[in-house]
Unconditional design. Sequence first.
Length: 386
Amino acid sequence: MDHMRSISVPLGDRTYEVRIGHGILPSLGPWAAAITRARRAFLISDSNLPPALVESASSSLSNAGFTVLTTRVRATEPEKSLETVARLLADVAATRHERTDPVVALGGGIIGDVGGFVAAIYRRGVPVIQCPTTLLSMVDASVGGKTGVNLPTPGTGDGGLKKNLVGSFHQPALVVADIASLGSLPDRELRCGLAECVKHGLITAASDGGSLLDWTATNASRIVGRDPASLIELVERNVRVKAQIVERDEREDSAKDLRALLNLGHTFGHAVETMPGLSLDNDPAHAPLHHGEAVGLGLVAAAACAAKLGLCDPSLQDRVTGLLRQIGLPVRISGLTPAAVIGAMHHDKKVLGGRLRLVLPTHAGVQVIDDPPESAVRAGIAAIAL
Ligand code: GLY
């Protein structure tokens, strides 16, 4: 446990720790026992995880005195649904799970969102322990308390699903990020998690002089090569960024517009992600892009859009592009038409009164820009179109 790091997310009586290390999942049980006098734990895990990983979490909990009910969920966007939540609620209610008994969510962002939402609404709220097993959920989704599910909304042009339309803020009681669980993560998903790290580097560039971006660039090959010490430091640095933002704007308050900054790259990115038939190799059979790939493209587009508005130095786009290339993420894509991208961008959750609100990098830091001129939005799209 030499390399274990612990970061506090200070939120008054909802303060919690994010523990990061290699091989720390076997400590889950004692750590859970230290924060609750509960007797039962409801372990929700991703059905694709290696059985040994689930067994490690489950036996750690039972060795610490918990009676463990284990259930598996398929981590797909359609399964992130109210039906899945209803099934899990029925399972947990059948065990007479009490108010202090924790839900433990072991998996990526989908499992964390569904498990967190079950914990938020069962008996009006039971503790949730987030155990993220993907890089994306370690550096982003598991920290900050966003939980929820998708709703089917046929005809919205959003793949028939409105993402995260139903949900609740429910901060975890503890986050346990075991870097060893990244061993089974496909390379493509590791790269996708790194897109969110580049996003954090851009968000902090004005305040840290670009040091997170520089650190990520210097260590990119060790990170992609899954060097444990580099991964621990990567997760630690990025959780610190997320924790500082969540501490100042826990519920994405529009008067503060701080947590909204975490949506940098997401308006362009989400539009690209939801456009049918787009793929890395131009073969529609390989569509869609993964979320992190779309976010990476969105970061390039945001930098180009901001440069067109004179908000940031044009060299920022090259810096972002260079780092994404180093990581192995796409920086341009075929099949984009500006009108279709702009149309899809208007489905963004930040749109107010039909007007776009973009998070863009500026000399003074990342800011929300209301109703940007279409010429600048088109410059952003042109920067990522092949
Ligand atoms: N992933 C964005 C947020 O947690 O606010």
